[in-house]
Every structure is written in C-alpha cells, then in structure tokens.
Ligand binder design. Structure first.
Ligand SMILES: Cc1cc2nc3c(=O)[nH]c(=O)nc-3n(C[C@H](O)[C@H](O)[C@H](O)COP(=O)(O)OP(=O)(O)OC[C@H]3O[C@@H](n4cnc5c(N)ncnc54)[C@H](O)[C@@H]3O)c2cc1C
Length: 243
C-alpha cells in the first residue's frame, strides 16, 4: 500500500452493474468528471482504498459522458484478484474513490486504411471503446477487422449498441497467458496487405506473441502496431507505476 502524494479527482460511485458473470461496470461521478478531456482508449489510475492507505490500479475508460457527468469503468473479476478485484466485488453506490487524471497509451489512428482490433476480456474494454468511437467518427465507413478472446461465450464483453460486432474465440479452462487460442484466431484472419493499424490489448506474453506474428509472419511495420499490455502473470499492480 502507498499513501497520497499527488492530487486525485474525487469521485463517487453512481451505478454498478454486471455486464458478464466476470465483469462489473462501475459508473463514477464527481465535480471534475464533466470537464475531463480524453481520447478513446484512455485510462485512469484508481486509488483503491485499503486498511493501510491505497493501492494503485489502472482501468480503461469504457465511456465518458460530460453531459451526464459519468466516467464508466469495466473491471474484470478474476480468481487470482488483488485489491482491484476485491474493491470491484464489494463496491457500493456512493462509495468514494480517487482517480488520477486520464492518460492515453493506445488510441485510434484515423489515417489508417483499415483497423485491426485484437484483445482478451480486459483488452476489450479500451479496444471496443476505440472501435465504437471510430464507428461514430467515420459514420460506419471505417474498414474494421479483429478478434477477441474470452474464457466462454458468457464472458464476451458486450459491445456498444449499434456497432457491428467482431468475432470472439474461447479458451475454455486454458490460461490466458501467452494464449495460443487468440494467436491461432489471428493467424486465421484474412486481412488486406498494407495500410492498416493494429491495436493489441491483452495479457503481456499474449501481446508479444501477437505483435511478433504481425511483424514476422505478415510483414507489418512495428510502427503500425499499437500495443497495450493490460496485465501479466504474478505481477500485482501491473502498469500502475509509482505514486
Ligand atoms: C493500461 C491498462 C489498462 C487496464 N484496463 C483495465 C480494464 O479496463 N479493466 C480491467 O479489469 N483491468 C484493466 N487493467 C488491469 C488492472 O489494472 C488490474 O491489473 C487488474 O484489475 C488486477 O488488479 P488486482 O488488484 O485485482 O490484482 P493484482 O494485485 O494487480 O494482481 C493479482 C494477481 O492477479 C493476476 N491478474 C491480474 N489481472 C488478471 C486477469 N485479467 N486475469 C487473470 N489474472 C489476472 C496477476 O497476474 C496477479 O498474479 C488495465 C491495466 C493497464 C496497465
């Protein structure tokens, strides 16, 4: 656990609902939320309260609605979970939570001729938000390919209404670490040969396998591939950095 040093935005939980058996949507509100400026794919560091202070955990922004003043996160509930999962499992309406100002690592390249989205359940949070923004900005004209992986059909992350769905594959009880199921699904995709932008968000070793496949087997330039590692085996607090 660490203690506050930098200012965080104070928010309160407005709504909670389960979007799958293993993913909880948590809507936050607060005086700063309507004024946030962020790009699709952005994330926040949430300061998860605990007995001795707080733990920092990173969550992608599923939706930001300045009009209603909502900042919506989708948090995966997994068995190995630490403070983030514990918070999401026990969170209640009106609970307070500090979030640090949004940052962006992965976002849409509007100039690409086509777009390739690849991710696991937690990666689907930023990627589907980006894909929905692209659908809106291009009025449905963007050429989109991709595939997502979940453990089972019931864990497929629901998309934004009105956006044509991308396919999902299922790993069953196999590990999501260095997932051969997602790699095979990507190897099977029929893609245009040039001019694309790829967006990969998943477990760290899976990201590496997928990136290597695109570069070595498909001849993609490294610059055309945007990668956001979401989590890594046995690395609590992955990606949150220091306070
Ligand atoms: C840029 C970025 C964006 C992210 N966006 C989201 C998001 O939108 N939604 C979301 O749910 N998470 C997201 N994450 C992951 C999130 O920050 C936490 O890592 C995750 O919630 C686990 O936190 P925890 O405190 O429960 O477990 P930790 O204390 O961080 O880890 C405990 C154990 O759980 C394992 N673990 C962590 N995640 C998973 C997983 N998905 N499946 C299986 N085992 C796991 C770890 O390897 C570790 O062994 C994001 C991470 C990054 C870096």
């Amino acid at each position: 656990m660490t203690y506050p040093r930098r200012a965080a935005l104070l928010t309160r939980v407005r709504e909670i609902h389960d979007v799958t058996p293993h993913m909880r949507e948590i809507s936050l509100t607060g005086p700063d939320v309507p004024h946030l400026r962020l790009r699709p794919g952005a994330h926040v560091v949430a300061r998860i309260p605990g007995a001795e202070g707080y733990a920092r955990r990173v969550y992608s922004i599923w939706r930001h609605d300045p009009r209603t003043g909502l900042l919506v996160l989708r948090v995966a509930l997994h068995d190995a979970g630490g403070p983030g999962c514990t918070w999401a499992r026990g969170v209640a309406v009106d609970d307070r939570i500090g979030v640090e100002p949004p940052r962006t690592k992965i976002t849409v390249d509007e100039s690409a001729k086509f777009h390739l989205f690849i991710g696991d359940e937690t990666g689907a949070v930023p990627l589907l938000a980006m894909r929905a923004a692209l659908h809106r900005s291009s009025r449905g004209a963007a050429v989109v390919h991709g595939v997502f992986e979940a453990s089972s059909p019931e864990d497929e992350v629901p998309d934004v209404d009105g956006v044509p769905p991308l396919p999902w594959v299922h790993r069953g009880r196999s590990s999501a670490v260095a997932s051969p199921v997602l790699l095979r699904a990507v190897q099977d995709l029929e893609l245009p040969t040039t001019g694309g932008a790829a967006y990969i968000a998943a477990e760290s070793d899976t990201c590496r396998l997928l990136q290597r496949h695109l570069i070595e087997q498909r001849g993609w330039s490294r610059h055309a591939i945007r990668v956001q590692q979401q989590w890594a085996a046995d690395r609590p607090g992955f990606g949150a950095g220091r306070d």
